[in-house]
Design a protein around this ligand. Structure first.
Ligand code: NAD
Length: 262
């Protein structure tokens, strides 16, 4: 039977963009999609940078819960497939995982080339821009009081990008550097609606990369820069796509060409 597979040996500079869908099978809920949390008003409020300024303890309570959930979660088959791919590359091949996730599961699976575009809930940092305290790995849960910076006394905060906040320039630079010579771009488990990450495929497309979308739900005509779409669960699809191949009659897996292929 004919199988569809991405033959990684053909590519030199591979970029994966991952979103919440890749971690759904690890028990971390997505914002959008069938099981999505997006409409939860509390979640929206506690994910806003403005709320941290007015109610830092509420924000800490919420993100402490998220920290505990992420710490208890385990990388799933999709994370593990990306980690084993990185280990199998030739010296002339490079792979970067740009993730919008804050759960740390790519690193825990074993990937080293990871850009945590929206930061990490595993780290804590000072809320003052002028303080030189480095973000640090922190397992503590702050539910009773807001922790203070040992250097300057300002509030400490989770090292994540909240709504209405800028992406740290170093994250943008690292992502754009990876995309600058990319010849294969695969987005996994992202709704493709969160700017600026949803624009990365355009960078890759303009560099003539092959562009592939892997998700539970179709992208529709939202983004014209993807050439191929594979629909199914990331934890089932990614190991097949990068490993043994997807059977032509893929069961719950659907493949189709997108506008970028024309
Ligand atoms: P999203 O929540 O907007 O979209 C998730 C997408 O994943 C949806 O399109 C959904 O159809 C798809 N999906 C759900 N289950 C899937 C599965 N098993 N396999 C494949 N696809 C699946 O996520 P987003 O676009 O990544 O961005 C929203 C923001 O939410 C991000 O900035 C991210 O920081 C944050 N977020 C992170 C986590 C995490 O760290 N795990 C979880 C929730 C939200």
């Amino acid at each position: 039977m004919k199988k569809t597979q991405v033959d990684i040996s053909k590519y030199r500079s591979i970029v994966f963009l991952t979103g919440a869908g890749i971690s759904a099978a690890s028990g971390i809920r997505t914002y959008r999609g069938p099981e999505g949390l997006w409409n939860d008003e509390t979640l929206v409020r506690l994910s806003d940078g403005e709320t941290f300024r007015s109610d830092p303890l509420d924000v800490w309570k919420f993100w402490s819960e998220s920290r505990a959930i992420c710490a208890a979660a385990h990388p799933n088959a999709a994370h593990l497939a990306l980690a084993s791919l990185e280990k199998s590359l030739r010296p002339d091949q490079r792979m970067t995982v740009i993730t919008q996730n804050i759960d740390g599961l790519h690193q825990r699976a074993g990937n080293t080339g990871v850009v945590e575009f929206h930061g990490s809930v595993r780290r804590t940092r000072c809320s003052s821009d002028s303080c030189d305290l480095e973000p640090f790995l922190d397992e503590k849960l702050y539910k009773d009081s807001v922790p203070r910076c040992p250097r300057c006394g300002s509030n400490l905060r989770p090292d994540i990008v909240l709504f209405h906040e800028m992406i740290p320039p170093s994250n943008s630079k690292a992502a754009l550097r990876a995309l600058s010579d990319c010849d294969l771009f695969i987005a996994i488990g992202t709704s493709g609606t969160v700017y600026p990450a949803n624009d990365f495929v355009r960078h890759a497309f303009e560099r003539r990369a092959r562009t592939v979308y892997v998700n539970l739900e179709s992208l529709g005509e939202v983004n014209i820069y993807f050439q191929e779409e594979f629909l199914g669960k990331a934890e089932e699809l990614v190991p097949l796509l990068l490993g043994g191949g997807i059977p032509a009659e893929g069961g719950s897996i659907t493949m189709r060409e997108l506008p970028g292929a024309l």
